[in-house]
Design a protein around this ligand. Structure first.
Ligand code: 15L
Length: 273
């Protein structure tokens, strides 16, 4: 897709990894975040916007003249309920509504494996459109994000693709990520497919590389035109040298890994018991 693409949460981990990878000569990236963004490099076609995804007026302004939105903004880890509700859930509504009002017909949403974190590995490969089984408030926010995307696609005819991202980092950081890794280059390939697939309507796709130890279907992502070129196995020796968890531990028995353990029980922490 050429033209102008708005990326929310552009200063975050995935946003930063995508900034150079989604750059193209016939494309302007409008990068939005509340955190500071590095200034434009020489010749870099970017527009920098400081705004919150919870600010309706600012988001409508940010969506003006845009051809597509990639919504990465929001908390990327577990947080107290009030923060998740405000930034992740309300923020996603604000972004979709701003896109609709501005006439932007395509939105790519960053969902997460934590929307289905309690899916048990023993049940086999995680298929596309797996029913929600969130592991945290953060996971609940990704289920809500998908639901909002579905609503805007059905009601307003928008093309909305929710990408259930595994673990998008430069390299897999632990044994679980040998299964969940989405290489940054594959991430860019997947976002490009999401931007250019003809009339996708509403989709939920897995965002992972074609890892030897992959736990997820790539069917729906490939149907959009995604072709992974990376495999975490090249890092396996290095990662496993640092230690491998017990195969029966939550880290390897649930998709969400340690997010499924009591340490991530935010409700109990918030109640103080
Ligand atoms: C996510 O959704 C998080 O944003 C990221 O920080 C990682 O923890 C990733 O999931 C993961 O499950 O590895």
């Amino acid at each position: 897709m050429t033209g102008r693409i708005l990326i929310t949460g552009a200063a975050g981990i995935v946003g930063t990894l995508m900034r150079t990878r989604l750059a193209a000569p016939d494309r302007t990236l409008r990068l939005l975040d509340i955190a500071p963004l590095p200034a434009a490099a020489d010749g870099e076609r970017v527009e920098l916007v400081t705004a919150s995804v919870t600010d309706q007026a600012a988001m409508e302004e940010a969506c003006a003249g845009v051809d597509a939105v990639i919504h990465l903004g929001g908390h990327s880890l577990e947080r107290p309920w009030a923060e998740i509700l405000d930034v992740n859930i309300n923020g996603t509504h604000v972004v979709l509504e701003a896109a609709r009002r501005a006439g932007v017909s395509r939105v790519v949403l960053a969902s997460s494996n934590h929307a289905v974190g309690y899916y048990e590995r023993s049940a086999g490969e995680a298929g596309d459109y797996l029913f929600p089984q969130p592991d945290t408030y953060y996971g609940v926010s990704k289920v809500a994000l998908e639901a909002l995307g579905s609503l805007y696609a059905s009601r307003y005819g928008m093309d909305v693709i929710a990408v259930r991202i595994g673990s998008c980092f430069e390299k897999p950081r632990d044994a679980r990520m040998l299964s969940t890794w989405l290489s940054p280059d594959d991430g860019a390939r997947l976002f490009e497919a999401c931007l250019s697939a003809p009339s996708p309507g509403f989709r939920v796709v897995w965002g992972v590389s074609d890892n030897t130890r992959r736990w997820f279907s790539l069917g729906e992502a490939e149907a959009l035109g995604y072709k992974s070129a990376d495999n975490s196995e090249v890092y396996a020796e290095e990662v496993l040298a640092a230690g491998s968890p017990d195969p029966d531990s939550p880290a390897l028995t649930y998709l969400g890994g340690v997010w499924c353990t009591p340490e991530f029980d935010t409700a109990v922490k918030e109640a103080g018991r």
